[in-house]
Design a protein around this ligand. Structure first.
Ligand code: AHM
Ligand code: MG
Length: 332
């Protein structure tokens, strides 16, 4: 008897059937994220053949240059969720303020936080990119349009994940019951389950960091880097360096192979670069569901109460023992 591949749609349906007390809205959000991912993957496939590369000439709320594909990916997310009305509010790296999805007959109970195209410096060089997302439930009676209602800790996430546009397109997600990886079958146009309940190694041998910034880091971080590069075969050192310029791609490598990704704060810029609500928190949810850890170096990422929507945080994420070790160097 032939076995049909397990598609994301089938998987979500079965999850929904086995969950009591659900309206199905959460699972509907996941199908819409998958649709946005497929649309972005289709655009990326044509790259330089179409007029999608290069800068828009604008800067975003972070003061960073907006690439045409950043804008395009954001528009895709907004249009997909505007049509479906399964979320009340969208918070995006590319939008200064929350976008409230209007609907006369229905307005969702959820908020989607997302970085529509992570790793923007990879756009013009045809390298890996990602979309990172985090799903939160709004409180009863919350209008969903005030920043204050949207400043949620990572502990409050009900779902999170990323779509990675690499040599294949994969969608990785969790709803707090394990991490599952789905690979896009371009002919079927469906994400197919390729890894279920991913568990990451307790310690790895890979580190991902932009070492060009080394002089700007604290002594603790610099000493940690020296340590993992020392030779000691018994403890698996030296580690191997890998850095793609795309957080989702580097975290995906670490999720599957073990190790650590670091984007430390700098002495003169202690908050670092990465954003809490739509980069650090969702990736930490994924990694922690697979047995790893996400930390600022001194506290768990998921415990941080954001003060602003586009808040930045230092990030140390990966195998549990590796993250605990860098925390030790930072404290010392
Ligand atoms: P982006 O969301 O604007 O693309 O910025 C986030 C990216 C991460 O994907 C990546 O790990 C990091 O920024 C790269 O930064 P740098 O060029 O400073 O190493
Ligand atoms: Mg990003």
């Amino acid at each position: 008897m032939m076995h049909a591949p397990r598609s994301l749609t089938t998987h979500l349906l079965q999850e929904q059937l086995s969950t009591t007390d659900t309206t199905g809205e959460f699972f509907h959000i996941m199908t819409q994220v998958a649709l946005a991912g497929k649309m972005i993957a289709r655009d990326l496939k044509y790259g330089g053949l179409s007029d999608v590369l290069g800068s828009t000439g604008k800067t975003n709320v972070q003061g960073e240059e907006v690439q045409k594909l950043d804008e395009r990916a954001n528009e895709i997310f907004v249009s997909v969720f505007r049509e479906s009305c399964v979320v009340r509010t969208l918070v995006s790296e590319e939008m200064a303020s929350p976008y409230v999805v209007q609907s006369a007959e229905h307005s969702g109970r959820y908020v989607l936080y997302f970085d529509p195209l992570d790793g923007s410096s990879n756009i013009d060089v045809d390298a890996s990119l990602g979309s990172v997302f985090s799903i939160h439930r709004l409180q009863e009676n919350s209008s969903g349009d005030r920043d204050q209602e949207l400043l949620k800790t990572g502990e409050d996430q009900v779902g999170a994940g990323y779509v990675l546009y690499g040599s294949s397109t994969v969608l990785v997600w969790t709803n707090g019951h394990g991490v599952h990886v789905f690979t896009l079958d371009p002919e079927l146009g469906e994400f197919i389950l390729t890894r279920e309940n991913v568990r990451m190694p307790a310690r790895g041998k890979i580190y991902c960091v932009n070492e060009g910034n080394r002089q700007k880091w604290s002594q603790g971080v610099q000493r940690y880097l020296d340590h993992i590069k020392e030779s000691d075969s018994a403890s698996g050192r030296p580690y191997t360096g890998r850095y793609s310029g795309c957080l989702a791609a580097d975290v995906h490598r670490i999720l599957l192979k073990g190790g650590i990704y670091l984007y430390p704060g700098e002495v003169k810029k202690p908050e670092g670069k990465l954003r809490l609500l739509y980069e650090a928190a969702p990736l930490t949810f994924i990694v922690e569901q697979a047995g790893g850890l996400g930390s600022t170096g001194v506290e768990p990422i998921r415990a941080i109460q954001p003060k602003i929507l586009h808040q930045r945080v230092p990030l140390f994420i990966g195998s549990r023992e590796d993250v605990e070790q860098v925390q030790g160097f930072i404290r010392a």
